[in-house]
Each structure stands twice: as C-alpha cells, then as structure tokens.
Design a protein around this ligand. Sequence first.
Ligand code: SAH
Ligand code: SF4
Length: 413
Amino acid sequence: MTHSLMMPPPGLIDPVPVPRPAADEGAARLDLLGRSRGDIAALFAEAGLDARQARLRSRQVFHWIYHRGETDFEAMTDIAKAMRPWLAERFVVGRPHVVESQHSRDGTRKWLLQTADGHDFEMVFIPDADRGTLCVSSQVGCTLNCRFCHTGTMRLVRNLTAAEIVGQVMLARDALGEWPRGNGTMAGLDTDESAGHYTSDGRLLTNIVMMGMGEPLYNFDNVRDALNVIMDGDGLALSKRRITLSTSGVVPMMQRCGEEIGVNLAVSLHAVTKEVRDEIVPLNRKYGIDELLRACAAYPGASNARRITFEYVMLRDKNDSDDDARELVRLLRAYKLPAKVNLIPFNPWPGAPYECSSPERVKRFSEIVFAAGISAPVRTPRGRDIDAACGQLRTAAEKRSRAERDRAALAAA
Ligand code: SAH
Ligand code: SF4
C-alpha cells in the first residue's frame, strides 16, 4: 500500500499529498503478454540492454512465454541468474482475469473473462474426438447487429488488444495443462518436442476459430498482430491451416486478411437474396452479396485444397427453402468458389426474433447442396446448456449482478 507515502509528515506546509508514481511496482511493470519478439527486443533495449543483448534475451523470453507458458522470470533457467531479477523488476507476463468458468454436459467449456478496465468477454473450448477448438473473441460486443446474434445486441463495444486476444489462447493452454514438459533450455525443448512429450492430457488445443464475440475484421491490426504471435514457430506455433477467421463480410479488409494473416477464411453468408441478407446481416446494405463473393473468389490462398467456408444459419421460413439451397449452389458455382458450406442450426436466445428450421428442413437443404458436389455438413450445436453455442455469447455479466457472480465463483473454487 502507498498510504504512508501519501500522508504528509506533520508540520509540512504544502497540504497536497503527492503519491510517488513508482510506489506500486505491479502497475509500473510492463506486461509482455501478446507482444512479438521484435516488440520485446525493443522494450528490452529501451530498458537499457544493448542491441545484441536485447535480441538474444527477447528470443529466450519469447520462447519461455509462448512455448513453455512460463510467467515467472525466475524459472527461465537458461537466462543468466543475475538477469532474472532485472527482468522481474521491469516486466510481468500476465493473463486475462477469469471471472468464471463453466463446463457443459458435452465437454464444452466457457470462460467469462475481464479486461483490466472492467469489460467482460468470453471464450469457448470445444473438444472433439480428433481435435480441440478454441473459439476466440476479437471484441467486447459487436457493432454489427445481425438480427439472429445475441452478441450483436450488446450495447458496449470495445476492440480487444492483441494481448487480450493472445491471452485467451494462453489461458486455455493453462487450463488444459498443456504446456510441454522438459528441462527448459531451448536445446532441451527441441528434443522434447520431437518426442511428443506433452503433459498427460495430450495435445488438446489444436485449432483456433475467430468466431467468438465481435467482428475480427473491424479490429484488423490487433487480430493480425495476435494471430501472427500465435502462429510464430518459436512459440505457440499453431499452423495457419488450423486457424479460421470468420467475417460477416467486411469486404475491404478481406484481401489484407489473406495477405497479412493468411489463415483460413469463413464467411457468414446466411442468405442468398439481397432482401433477406439485408434483414439478417445488415452489413449487406454496405457490401452486397456480389461484392462479397467476388472478394471471396480473390481471397489469397484459397484453393480446392484450402476451401472457403460459407456459414449458413438455418432460420425457419426465412432462408431455408429448397429454392434458397439451389440459389446458394448457383452462386457458389457462378463465382467458381472453392467452397464448403457449414449449416448452423440457429441457437435460440431469449427474445430472439427467429426460430430454428426443423431437422427435416435442414437435412433437405443439406442434401440439395451435397447433390451439387459441395460439402454441406450440419454443425452440431455445442455447449447450448451453458450459452456457449454460436451466437449465444453475451456476457452473463449483463444479466447477473456482481454479487451473484462472486457467489458462483466462490462455489466453483
Ligand atoms: N462476427 C463474425 C464472427 C463471430 S460470429 C461473423 O459474424 O462471422 C460466429 C458465427 O456464429 C457466425 O457465422 C455467426 O453468423 C454465427 N451466429 C451468430 N448468432 C448465431 C445464432 N444465434 N445461432 C447460430 N449461429 C449464429
Ligand atoms: Fe457481430 Fe458476427 Fe454477431 Fe453479426 S454474427 S452481430 S458480425 S458477432
């Protein structure tokens, strides 16, 4: 505490207490979470290391942070012993604050997280037999107001920083206990890695989808910087082939997304006529279907081996007719798109203006698209019981009081 420093000694004439800015060390230290190797080197140089030392130390620290999941400089054993307190005095390696975590009956996990300035956001982990997918948020809320999406009804919107985005992946790996073991030196790690020595849980987090809260292409710089850290081969090393970015159709940013990030693209198409898409994805009034599909056809890196996913939410009597399915096929063919279609049963939320199509309707729609030679699986909703399914993310915090959350957190501890 800094109170004693703020208390003026007796007899002092000047009555205004002036707190010493560096008194709270925690606040003064810089958080390295989410920073690239280059950024870390620049910070080390600013703090006084010469260029060579800054580069070397940033390489080591980067590896410890993102490959090992280490947050304690003292445990970074290949860094000179005398150097570690120097780092600890100036820097920290943080994590987003967890408000609450929930487990679904189907194994899906959802975390309610909080930024340092008090905004809530969520991430979801979806385990499958052959993969584990982390659904990552890019914004608190969303400005786009798609009519079927609960996130779009949130009032508060703020972009997440690169640290808050990377932090979700770090936190998930903490929670899954999946940092590699080993003696900690970089050389030692390589042999560990090739032998596949992970903790007993095995490799659980294999894929990332930017499909949580928010429109990632409205927060382009932070999403790009975060994903580039996540893909760095010296750190988390997730392949761009295992990362998918979903956009509602921010056409002007799609080319740059392919060039500067290079991950798989998913597009929330959801309708095949101007009238219906204008209604359910209002961004369509700005960037229409033709413009959107042209941008998809030009997406860097898309090929038959790396198809673009077209997401299509099934809304009863809105976009789910046989004609809609046939028009979808026609459009994808007309633009010669290397496409697969993902049919998403609509996940309801209180007050939603739509209902989900019947299972028979979804099946029939899928069959029409399949018959045209385009893959069109129906996505099984996951984590519905904890409101973790697509479009259900809208922080519980908006519905529950702080006291209720504190009680739940205590009970979960
Ligand atoms: N903003 C981006 C990514 C986040 S939304 C986008 O719109 O693509 C992730 C996916 O969930 C999108 O395809 C979105 O349309 C879908 N979605 C939103 N609300 C839904 C709901 N209630 N039921 C099913 N899918 C929904
Ligand atoms: Fe935003 Fe995507 Fe929801 Fe639309 S579907 S409101 S773009 S998060």
